[in-house]
Structure formats: C-alpha cells, structure tokens
Design a protein around this ligand. Structure first.
Ligand SMILES: [Zn+2]
Length: 356
C-alpha cells in the first residue's frame, strides 16, 4: 500500500489514496475515495516515467481523472504489468537540451541561450512537471508569506465546485490547486505547476459568484498557456536550465528575481488569458459577463491610493493599459445557450465565509 494522489477531473481537489496492484487491475481507495479498479489494459501514461519524479496515469473509463504515483518501486511494478505505460509523451525538448550538454559545453551554452532568448513560451511546455511543481510550491510560499491559508471546509468545496463547473465542456482542463489566502487586497495569481491563489478581499468584493468564476477562468487561462513558466524562462535565462539539470528549484530562481517579476505578464499574455476565460465560461454555460463586471469593479478602484498596496505585485488581471478595450471584447453567451449558475446560493455563502 503506497500513498498516491487521485484527481477525479471534476473537482480541483487532490485526494490521497492507497494503491495496490491486483491480478488484472490497479486498485486504489482513500478516505474520500471509494475503492475502484482501473484495469491494466485501460491505463495510459500522461508522460514517460522518470525515476524520482511523480508518474501520472489516466484510464480509458475516466479520461479526465489522474492518478499520481510518487513511488518508483510501485511505478516500475505497474509498468511491468501494463507495458504500454513505457511509452507516453516524452519531454523531447528537455532531452535535446540534456543531449546537448553531453555533446559539448559551448554548443549547450549556445543552444540554451537561443532557447531562452527566443522561445520562452515554447520552453514553458517542455519543463519537467516535477520541476514546475517544486517551483510553483516555492513561489506560493514566498508570495503568501505571513497570510493565513483559508480552509473553511464548505468554502473549499464550493471553490472545488466552481472549478468543476469551469471544467464542464472543457475536459482538457488540467487538475488545479486553488487556494484562498486571508489578504485584504483584491488580487489573484497563477503560478507554475497549475497553482492559483485568490485573496479573500477579491471574494468579498464580488457581487455574484460569476465574477469570481471570471477571475478564476482568467487565471486558468494563464495556467493553461503556462504564462508564469514562460515568464520564469524569460527573466532567469540560462539559470533555469542549470536549475533543472541540477534538480534545484526556485531557490536558484528566487535568488535572482523577485516574485513580482515572475507574476507580471505581458499585455499579450493578459489578452490570451481573457480569451481562454471567455471560451471556458461559454463552453460551461457560465455568464462571461461576470469577468466584465469584475473588470469594472477594478476600473473603479484605479487611481485610488489603494493601488499597489501589496508590494510591487501588479493588480489582478493587470488592468491598465487597455482595460476598456478588454472589457469591450467580452461578449455575453451566444443566443441559444442559457446561462446556468456557477454554484448554489449556499455554496456562494460558504465561499464568502471561507476565511472565517
Ligand atoms: Zn492576468
């Protein structure tokens, strides 16, 4: 019995489960997860297994669900029983860079330089998951230092329900880690490794859950396009490659750049995140005007003394310049699609009280 994590693909929650290998199927269960079997024949690897790194799997019966094994012995025993798991998408880009290092330092330095100079957005998609997770965790700790993590049970499950609503009609949504912190400034952040942080003040100031869902969808846009990873590549340059090669995390990275720099996106990235947000909301039949309304709340704040209260970190959604243009681009749901509420009134109440 080995502790692993299960994401059901519907909620953002990660559930600890114990995994055992049976004759024909892998079985897992946990406190909040009823026992279930995934037949060996149905399993698929999300990426190739690398010793020392989490091994992510899915199953035909639950294509949106993920099981994350953190034990090499278990992973190898499983691959023995389900040989198709040896394949999977490989991290070709990183392998190429690693191959380059073996080939000669000058070539590597040149290749690395070119990669980080000209393709941060592409490199963001070949960074090892284990590294992204490690860096994301460290960025979150640095960002939220001193702030209380809000863990009201019903509020947390309301947030999970909101993420699950966004995933409706968007099965490719990756498993997300979404946390609320008790910070008296309206803000939200997307970090490496599919992490999102929302402040209590943002939830407090929202008039309806669709506004929070709009912000969340925008941050999911940054996550899906890996904007924070790309930004890391952009600002740390070659350091990032050494950090990956040596198994380091953002201790290397944060020593050379501030958190604010990592979380400040280009105007282009903001526009992309808006587009993803509107698409996610439309596909899930959530009123996209929630995002628009939230922009309007932010616009009303602009120019007030409160701006920039939380260090140098730019305001949520990076409002100016061009906020009016961004607002104009957000269209209501097309005719024929009726908006469905993002959560119940009881869930909305619970979310409002998540920090109490
Ligand atoms: Zn943004």
């Amino acid at each position: 019995m080995v502790q692993s994590l299960y994401f059901d693909g519907k909620s953002a929650a990660d559930r600890p489960v114990a995994v055992t290998l049976g004759a024909l199927a892998l079985r897992f269960e946990g406190e909040t997860t009823a026992a279930r079997d995934w037949p060996y024949d149905d399993l698929a690897a999300i990426e190739t297994h690398h010793p020392g790194h989490p091994f992510r799997l899915t199953s035909k019966a639950e294509p949106n669900a993920r099981l994350v094994l953190r034990d090499d012995t278990l992973a190898l025993a499983l691959i023995n029983r389900a040989p198709q798991l040896k394949g999977g998408a490989s991290l070709k880009g990183v392998a190429k860079v690693a191959g380059g290092i073996a080939g000669g330092l000058a070539a590597v330095a040149l290749a690395g330089y070119l990669v980080v100079q000209f393709a941060p957005q592409k490199l963001a998609f070949v960074l090892p998951d284990s590294w992204r997770e490690r860096v994301g965790a460290q960025v979150e700790v640095s960002l939220t230092e001193g702030a209380k993590h809000c863990t009201g049970n019903e509020g947390v499950s309301a947030l999970g329900a909101m993420a699950a609503r966004l995933a409706e009609g968007n099965p490719d949504l990756p498993p997300l880690s979404i946390r609320v912190y008790d910070v008296p400034v309206m803000n939200a952040f997307a970090m490496p490794g599919e992490r999102i942080v929302i402040t209590r003040e943002l939830i407090r100031r929202a008039n309806r859950p669709e506004q929070v869902a709009g912000v969340l969808a925008h941050e999911v846009g940054h996550v899906m396009r890996r904007h924070s990873e790309a930004q890391l590549v952009r600002v740390t340059g070659m350091q990032i490659l050494f950090s990956i090669m040596t198994g380091g995390g953002s201790d290397t990275v944060s020593s050379i750049v501030g958190i604010a720099t990592i979380l400040s996106y280009t105007r282009e990235a903001e526009a992309e995140a808006d587009d993803v947000a509107v698409k996610l909301m439309t596909d899930a039949a959530i009123d996209p005007l929630g995002l628009k309304e939230f922009f309007e709340i932010l616009l009303a704040e602009e120019g007030k003394a409160s701006a920039g209260r939380w260090g140098e970190i730019t305001s949520v959604l990076n409002t100016h310049p061009g906020t009016e243009d961004r607002i104009k681009k957000i269209q209501p749901l097309p005719d024929g699609i009726a908006a469905r509420p993002v959560m119940t009134d009881a869930q909305w109440d619970a979310l409002k009280k998540i920090c109490e």
